[in-house]
Ligand binder design. Structure first.
Ligand SMILES: *[C@@H]1O[C@H](CO)[C@@H](O)[C@H](O)[C@H]1NC(C)=O
Ligand SMILES: *[C@@H]1O[C@H](CO)[C@@H](O)[C@H](O)[C@H]1NC(C)=O
Ligand SMILES: *[C@@H]1O[C@H](CO)[C@@H](O)[C@H](O)[C@H]1NC(C)=O
Ligand SMILES: *[C@@H]1O[C@H](CO)[C@@H](O)[C@H](O)[C@H]1NC(C)=O
Ligand SMILES: *[C@@H]1O[C@H](CO)[C@@H](O)[C@H](O)[C@H]1NC(C)=O
Ligand SMILES: *[C@@H]1O[C@H](CO)[C@@H](O)[C@H](O)[C@H]1NC(C)=O
Ligand SMILES: *[C@@H]1O[C@H](CO)[C@@H](O)[C@H](O)[C@H]1NC(C)=O
Length: 465
């Protein structure tokens, strides 16, 4: 008797839950690659004030996990890349990792996702690739041993796992990983009902082809641009959906049409170098607010390949992180400055109307910079490290350092800083078009102020277009 009664009562309730009440969870990536970031407990308060529902960390830092006690946040932790090979071949090590890093906090803390490594298959091939899925299996097994069933195990990957992503229906995993890594991984994700954790940044394809891809299409702002996939017939209104669906089609091609996707990272840089376009506060706020609006809409929007499906999404990132390598944008994905001050207002619950936010600054870098750019020694860097960078730069290219040799026009004043700045500019001017960067391990920075003097002319970079 009670059973039909209950199911009668519950069934319509669940129906309405799934169609109208459910939306995708939205969270924040809490990266810690900065030497000036607030404490874990202060950070957790900031995360709460952003109304995040999930927080993802890149390790299992016990101070952060302690700070997350007594919060309602769902948590994603990570097995560091370095441990994957050993864990893959040793169940005791997997058990030990879970015992040390998860058990003390579970179930008080809502640990729900456990990623084994970060973008492993984006770096150069090594043994770690082939240890990845075995390590995921061992970690899952350990969780089961300890009676932990609510934690989904996965790994994050970037778009470069695909060899083809256009049109979306042509999405295909790279040949070097399709059979040896992706197929067993998808089998694992399917068997354990886990997610495919994907890092998706429309910023990068847009910024490398901003002539053909419209900015509005990348920012979810376009009202009239659509792209119809000629094979699937699906109609796209933004670049994000195209990218996500290309991965969905790649999974389908390997025989896994149903694995849920989880957006482990997405975002837009609020700043960058002079040679990077579209990285500004205006665009970052527009992108992140639009994606939050989309993900929190009820019922869920999904993507053209999976309309109406939830797509949990974790924005990258909480802070601008000053110790991240690479070009300037890498250090400018934060919703917050390291001081804790907002770069722009955000409400990850999606319940603040756009009109309630203060006006945004104009987007000033949406076109390529038109003047000349030089690459010089950054402020306050360690000058003993500059020595090595100088000799590296001089060893590359053609006559890179001729003018700073004794008797050359740039020899005087004989200062390490001036010589290194010349070498950096000279190196960058020759190598930028083939991917060389003005970075030198953080020792170099771009400038639009010509460092030339007298007869000493510094080589410069000019962007085309
Ligand atoms: C992996 O195991 C080897 C052999 O026991 C050990 O030498 C190495 O330090 C371990 N690596 C890590 C990152 O723990
Ligand atoms: C192998 O790749 C992983 C990431 O994919 C990286 O963390 C690790 O340092 C690499 N190991 C070697 C020996 O190159
Ligand atoms: C589809 O992908 C393949 C590689 O997987 C590529 O060679 C081909 O050019 C792509 N098709 C289109 C129309 O881009
Ligand atoms: C879309 O609208 C924008 C702004 O109204 C306009 O500049 C653009 O030409 C339109 N594009 C197309 C493809 O209709
Ligand atoms: C796993 O694969 C089977 C066969 O393709 C499919 O029926 C099922 O829906 C899949 N489950 C998940 C969670 O992807
Ligand atoms: C500067 O770099 C050198 C060489 O790497 C290192 O030995 C030294 O400790 C550094 N100095 C400071 C102040 O960080
Ligand atoms: C150096 O000069 C050679 C011969 O002129 C040329 O092929 C090469 O591309 C140059 N290298 C760079 C970095 O410009």
């Amino acid at each position: 008797m009670p059973i039909p009664f209950l199911s009668l009562l519950l069934f319509p309730f669940f129906l309405s839950l799934s169609s109208a009440e459910i939306s995708s969870l939205v969270g924040i990536n809490y990266g810690q690659l900065g030497n000036n970031l607030p404490s874990p407990s202060h950070s957790v308060n900031l995360i709460k004030s952003l109304n995040a529902q999930i927080v993802k960390i890149y390790d299992a830092n016990p101070q952060i996990l302690n700070a997350l006690k007594n919060t309602d946040l769902r948590v994603s932790v990570m097995v560091p890349n370095e441990l994957i090979i050993n864990i893959s071949s040793n169940q005791n090590l997997a058990d030990q990792w879970v015992r040390t890093n998860i058990l003390p906090f579970y179930p008080q803390i809502k640990i729900r996702y456990l990623l084994v490594g970060n973008e492993i298959i984006s770096s150069t091939a090594n043994q770690t690739w082939f240890s990845l899925v075995p390590a995921m299996r061992r970690i899952k097994h350990s969780l089961k041993t300890y009676g932990i069933h609510k934690v989904k195990v996965g790994t994050s990957s970037a778009m470069d796992v695909l060899q083809s992503s256009f049109p979306p229906s042509n999405g295909t995993f790279r040949e070097d990983i399709a059979d040896r890594v992706m197929r067993p991984m998808l089998q694992f994700l399917n068997r354990t009902k886990s997610f495919y954790f994907l890092d998706v940044y429309p910023y990068f394809p847009w910024s490398s082809d901003s002539v053909n891809i419209k900015l509005d299409y990348a920012l979810f702002e376009s009202k009239n641009i659509t792209y119809s996939d000629p094979v699937s017939g699906l109609v796209y209104t933004n670049l994000f959906d195209q990218m996500v669906d290309s991965v969905i089609f790649a999974m389908k091609r390997l025989g896994f049409p149903d694995i849920r996707v989880f957006i482990a990272e997405t975002g837009w840089p609020n700043g960058g170098d002079y040679d990077q376009i579209g990285a500004n506060i205006h665009n970052a706020a527009v992108y992140n607010r639009n994606i939050v609006k989309r993900m929190t809409s009820k019922p869920p929007v999904g993507t053209p390949a999976r309309p109406g499906r939830v797509l949990p999404t974790i924005i990258f990132s909480l802070y601008n992180e000053n110790e991240k390598g690479g070009s300037g944008t890498e250090r400018h994905f934060g919703l917050l400055y390291p001081s804790g001050k907002a770069v722009y207002e955000m409400d990850l619950s999606g319940s603040t109307a756009e009109t309630k936010f203060k006006p945004l600054p104009e987007a000033e870098t949406n076109e390529p910079y038109k003047g000349r750019i030089w690459c010089v020694v950054g402020k306050g860097v360690n000058m003993s490290e500059v020595v090595g960078a100088l000799s590296y730069a001089c060893s590359q290219g053609n006559k890179t350092c001729e003018p700073i040799r004794k008797g050359g026009p740039c020899y005087e004043p004989d200062s390490l800083k001036t010589h290194a700045s010349f070498a950096f500019s000279s190196y960058w001017a020759q190598f930028r078009k083939i991917g060389g960067t003005c970075y030198f391990n953080g020792l170099a920075t771009q400038t639009i102020k010509d460092p030339s003097y007298g007869k000493c002319k510094f080589p410069s970079v000019t962007l085309q277009g």
